[in-house]
Design a protein around this ligand. Structure first.
Ligand SMILES: Nc1ncnc2c1ncn2[C@@H]1O[C@H](COP(=O)(O)OP(=O)(O)O)[C@@H](O)[C@H]1O
Ligand SMILES: [Mg+2]
Length: 284
């Protein structure tokens, strides 16, 4: 469901000499079913912002409404909020703790008062969603590969059947295969189940390929909020903010500078190759 932040401000260690104004008048609306990426240099406020979304950090000033929950209200129903907003932290595998994979994924629903039997049903469904089968149910989570551990952590969140998924750098530290598995899963959840996705990422290629919109944070403020195809045309401004350009965006920018403007929503090497082929076909 949707997210609306208005004039959200947050100061760490307020009233101390170490006060840090981490969010400054952040206005952001995310529509139900959107896939929004949040990017920005280290320390720009990305994590502070997303930790507000399931009230890990409470609103200091401004307003924030997520899935009809008013997060600035003292009467906030935390349990209901956290049931609908699934939060995948950075390095979520560090939070695996149970003896077996199945027990670990059952923890969330059980904690919410779901029966043992029903929790297992939900856990098995969630594990299937992340591509893990019966063979891992009784394994120790610590015996799995890095990518598998992260998928178990994600299954733990999905077992709660969230309507919104917030992920803070979900592919950091994974090998290319692990990255691809996580991203295709997140994309599938978004496209097939309509789950709203807010994903912090420092990998501009994955942002370019997957996000409907990209929000750029700089020193606690939102400086851009654009579809990827438009955002990455601002090459110099982004480089000045220490942001990399996606490979495909660079190719499209070079083509554009040479008078070749390709039409359509082009995200991948295949998309661009096909568009070039069509162009050639049309010209000949
Ligand atoms: N727990 C904290 N206490 C004090 N300052 C913090 C804390 N967490 C983050 N900060 C500061 O707030 C700013 C934003 O941090 P963060 O939201 O983690 O940025 P990002 O996720 O974009 O790297 C940074 O200057 C950071 O040093
Ligand atoms: Mg961060």
């Amino acid at each position: 469901m949707s997210i609306t932040a208005q004039k959200l401000n947050f100061v760490y260690n307020a009233k101390s000499p170490f006060a840090k104004h981490a969010l400054k008048n952040v206005d952001l609306h995310v529509e139900s079913g959107e896939f929004v990426a949040i990017v920005g240099h280290t320390g720009s406020g990305k994590t502070t912002f997303v930790q507000h979304l399931n009230a890990l950090i409470r609103v200091q000033s401004g307003s924030l409404v997520v899935d009809n929950h008013d997060l600035s209200s003292k009467k906030l129903n935390l349990k209901a909020l956290r049931g609908s907003v699934g939060m995948v932290f950075q390095y979520p595998e560090y939070q695996l703790f149970a003896d077996t994979v199945l027990q670990d994924v059952c923890f969330g629903p059980k904690n919410f008062g779901v029966s043992k039997e029903q929790s297992e049903v939900l856990a098995k469904e969630a594990l299937a969603l992340v591509g893990l089968g019966e063979d891992v149910y009784n394994k120790s989570p610590f015996d799995l590969s890095g990518g598998e551990k992260r998928r178990v952590a994600l299954a733990g969140v999905l077992a709660m059947k969230p309507t919104t998924l917030v992920l803070d750098e979900p592919t950091a530290g994974l090998d290319p295969r692990g990255k691809k598995e996580i991203l295709s899963l997140v994309k599938r959840l978004n496209k097939e189940q309509g789950i709203t996705v807010v994903m912090v990422s420092h990998d501009m290629d994955e942002v370019f390929e997957n996000a409907d919109r990209v929000v750029v944070f700089k020193d606690g403020e939102i400086v851009y909020d654009l579809p990827p195809s438009q955002l990455f045309q601002n090459e110099q401004e982004l480089v000045a903010m220490n942001l990399e350009l996606p490979q495909m965006a660079r190719v499209l920018n070079v083509l554009r500078q040479n008078g070749i403007v390709l039409q359509g929503d082009l995200r991948t090497v295949d998309d661009v190759a096909n568009a070039l082929q069509n162009l050639k076909g049309g010209d000949c």
